[in-house]
Write a protein that binds this ligand. Structure first.
Ligand code: HAM
Length: 431
């Protein structure tokens, strides 16, 4: 009996083969850069209490209003697949009393996130992010270091043709006053705005800067800019961040219309976009969220971080040359497939000896693989070439083996028990 085929849900994808290798290289690069800068890895659950995102990310955001995968569990609790990582990290910071640790507490993560968005190239419903959060310091050096690390990772992944935009959303009263001023401007032009922006004049007027709607865009041209209404402390903080970025040689543009899709931001915000991506041009972004930990029931704690999309980094990045020759030994049998000449007994004997050689090679620290698809000796040689093996050993039933240097084609006969030593010597791992 055969059933109808079942496909992966829209907006999701499988990772395998070469793609899995590219992602592993990205993870290794992220780990080297971030752990080298003192960030520690954190893992949080794939789902959280819905309230964490409603309160943390903000009720008026697209994410909370239309993009969350929310469900009730068996006991009627409302849970949500995490749409982003900052609120969960802050939840963990409060839950584990991390404020008692030396500040700033620096954490990084790599994981999958879920948003019910219109699926298209570069925009998925399950996607991966690399992210960092630094909690406990409002020093502008933390902002500049965080941004510099994001740029270092993007550069390492070959992401170019990019623009880094930075801005400041200010804080406290000046921000509240500015919102009122912006609301007044929007109300004065209410009928030129898109229905969506009109519906959010009260709850989230800043998002109007992000609209593609032509009428809204025209209205925003003449809208007051928050950056012109910053309090002195916020302006000085922002100037210090920009000066440090200059010192670090990080190219950036100040954008006084930059707003982000999450409500928790205060002061510094930034976004890196790449022309190489087309419509979904945002590769990574983040900012400061000095009120979020307190909003989630913790002590007053400033924080800053960013996240970059794994799929977007790989789409926008230039592939570094694939490493070849990382497989040191391919082990096969000179008997080949059992029905291709040699008797079953002899083949079983040779396969046993080959399996032993595989174990010995691996315990000597060699990267080794063994033939497991019944190829003939010639087929095994072709396959060893295909997988980039440096040496090929074909073991016979008599505990003898032929060892082939796949680079120069040289071949010699020796006892199977001597193969590991010969390969190590060939690789100059023995003096
Ligand atoms: P975000 O801008 O919403 O920020 O997402 C960060 C990155 O995740 C985006 O720049 C993009 O590369 C990727 N991304 C977002 N949605 C999708 C999607 N549907 N498909 C593929 N990639 C996507 C945050 O999530 C904040 N938590 C960043 C942050 C950390 N701010 C402070 N700390």
């Amino acid at each position: 009996m055969s059933g109808a085929r079942i496909k992966a849900p829209r907006g999701t994808f499988d990772v395998w083969g070469e793609e899995a290798g590219r992602r592993a290289r990205l993870e290794a690069a992220a780990r080297a850069i971030l752990e080298g800068a003192g960030y520690e890895r954190i893992e949080t659950p794939a789902f959280e209490a819905t309230e964490l995102f409603a309160r943390g990310v903000g009720e008026s955001t697209d994410i909370v209003q239309k993009e969350m995968y929310t469900f009730e569990d068996g006991s009627g609790r409302s849970l949500t697949l995490r749409p982003e990582g900052t609120a969960p990290v802050c939840r963990a910071y409060v839950e584990h009393g991390m404020h008692k640790r030396a500040a700033p507490v620096k954490l990084w993560y790599l994981g999958s996130f879920f948003r019910y968005e219109r699926a298209q190239a570069g925009r998925y419903r399950q996607f991966w992010q690399v992210g960092v959060e630094a909690l406990g310091s409002e020093d502008p050096a933390v902002d500049a270091e965080s941004i510099t690390l994001m740029c270092a990772l993007l550069e390492e992944m070959g992401v170019r043709e990019g623009r880094l935009r930075v801005g400041s959303l200010g804080s406290g009263e000046s921000r509240a006053e500015y919102r009122e001023r912006l609301r007044a401007h929007l109300r004065a032009h209410e009928y030129e705005l898109s229905a969506e922006v009109r519906g959010r004049i009260d709850s989230n007027p800043l998002r109007a800067f992000d609209s593609d709607h032509p009428g809204t865009r025209a209205v925003m041209e003449s809208a007051p800019r928050l950056m012109h209404h910053l309090e002195r402390e916020d302006r000085e903080h922002f100037e210090a961040v920009c000066a440090l970025l200059e010192r670090a040689g990080v190219a950036h543009e100040v954008d006084d219309t930059l707003v982000r899709g999450l409500d928790y931001y205060t002061r510094t915000v930034f976004e890196y976009s790449s022309e190489a991506l087309g419509a979904q041009s945002g590769v990574g972004g983040g900012g400061r969220y000095d009120g979020l930990v307190q909003e989630l029931g913790g002590p007053r704690t400033p924080g800053i971080g960013w996240a970059a999309g794994v799929e977007r980094m790989l789409l926008a990045g230039r592939e570094p040359p694939a490493r070849t020759g990382s497989l040191e030994l391919y082990v096969g049998t000179s008997t080949g497939a059992p029905d291709a000449g040699a008797g079953r007994g002899a083949h079983a004997e040779a396969r046993g000896a080959a399996f032993e050689l595989l174990r010995d090679a691996r315990s000597a620290g060699l990267s080794a693989q063994m033939e497991m698809a019944g190829r003939s000796p010639k087929g095994q040689r072709n396959h060893a070439h295909r997988v980039g093996a440096r040496y090929l050993a074909l073991v016979g039933a008599d505990d003898r083996a032929s060892l082939r240097d796949m680079e120069d084609g040289g071949e010699r006969e020796l006892a199977a028990a001597e193969v590991v030593h010969a390969v190590l010597q060939g690789l100059r791992r023995l003096s």
